[in-house]
Design a protein around this ligand. Structure first.
Ligand code: SAH
Length: 356
């Protein structure tokens, strides 16, 4: 048994079952044995879009250059990435953004990263680029416009799950039977305030997930943007509207795993509820774009033209470049499951990559 599983079992024995959110938080970010804290899982357990192709980061870099120019090239802004993984996306963005002198010099770069192991990888990837690591978005100063990117960050934030019975909604908890972690619903119904009114009357057995931390971060980003100007781009797998369903999953070595079997050894994620994030942002006065599918977004930003150019430069890699573009845009791959949501200040120029 892993040390982290022993710690979780002991906590359950002492204080009772954990909410799914508490369990996710410990499994992913326990300060000693959390999954992200101890390792670089990218490539080994799962692959993300920036790791599929440099084009992904390049297009996002050009997106932000366009956004910067449309706002009159502010002399200073904060360029922030949440959960930067291996630092690949930021490196590709910065390289592409050099097409416009002044952009990189105006950017104060902050990386919000909880994992010491991944901070080391990011430092190595970014070489002598000057960046500041932050524990939390709130640590980014609020003295300039905010340009923020988060790719596959929100799916790692803890959720609570609720399950419908004939008597109401119960919270789905993680309990223990001997040395095995098991799901167990609270015996009595809980207040149904977290369930959207339209979904509250669901059939028995229905599940609903909500991530208070995700909504909280988006609310703070939106408030900052509404006050100080800026743009945030949130990319992840998920659904455009709040919906019923259980999307909690574990992935290890590119395969689905039992999420309770080995806390700290597998990635735990959920599908992002973009409807809830958009609503949270709107409530703070931000303008919402999308969500559109990743395919729509990347095609609108010119992924095909960029692919053709790369293939002309490196004909020997033409097959790989086509395969990577397919992987990012085809519906059976990442094209439609992944969505892109953007926030901006109201009454600012329309963002590239989204329909007018
Ligand atoms: N954006 C990267 C990596 C995605 S993996 C890519 O697309 O390749 C998720 C990233 O979020 C990792 O860097 C992980 O360490 C970080 N992370 C997860 N939860 C976090 C939290 N609560 N605070 C800060 N970083 C977190």
């Amino acid at each position: 048994m892993t040390a982290l599983k022993a710690k979780i079992l002991q906590l359950i024995r002492q204080t009772g079952p954990l909410s799914l959110a508490q369990y996710m938080q410990m499994a992913l970010l326990d300060s000693r044995e959390g999954y992200y804290i101890t390792r670089d899982p990218l490539g080994r357990d799962f692959v993300t879009a920036p790791e599929v192709s440099q084009i992904f980061g390049e297009l996002i870099g050009l997106f932000f250059v366009q956004v910067w120019e449309d706002r009159g090239c502010p002399e200073r802004f904060h360029l922030v990435e949440l959960g930067p993984g291996r630092g690949t996306l930021m490196a590709d963005m910065l390289r592409a953004s050099r097409v416009r002198s002044g952009f990189v010099a105006a950017a104060g770069i902050s990386l919000v990263e909880a994992s010491p192991a991944l901070r080391d990888v990011q430092a190595a990837t970014l070489g002598d680029v000057r960046v500041t690591w932050r524990d939390d978005f709130d640590d980014v100063p609020d003295d300039a416009p905010l340009f923020l990117i988060a790719n596959e960050f929100f799916d790692a934030l803890p959720v609570r799950q609720f399950i419908r019975s004939t008597r109401g909604w119960h919270e789905r908890m993680v309990g223990a039977e001997d040395e095995t972690l098991v799901f167990a619903a609270t015996p009595d119904p809980v207040p149904s305030e977290f369930i959207p009114a339209a979904l509250r009357d669901a059939p028995v057995g229905a599940m609903f997930e909500t991530s208070l931390p995700a909504q909280g971060v988006v609310r703070r980003i939106a408030r900052r943007i509404a006050e100080r100007d800026g743009v945030a781009l949130i990319i992840d797998y998920g659904h455009a509207q709040s919906a019923l369903g259980d999307t909690f999953q574990a992935v290890k070595s590119h395969r689905y795993a039992n999420p309770l079997a080995e806390p700290g050894e597998a990635d735990l994620t959920v599908h992002v509820d973009f409807g809830a994030l958009a609503e949270a942002a709107r409530g703070e006065g931000a303008r919402i774009y999308g969500p559109v599918t990743q395919a729509e977004f990347l095609v609108a930003l010119g992924i095909r033209a960029r692919g053709t150019r790369l293939k002309n430069e490196r004909p020997e890699h033409a097959g790989d470049i086509d395969a990577a573009i397919d992987r990012l845009t085809k519906p059976v791959q990442m094209g439609t499951m992944f969505k892109v949501l953007a926030l901006s200040a109201p009454d600012t120029p329309t963002l590239p990559g989204f329909p007018c």
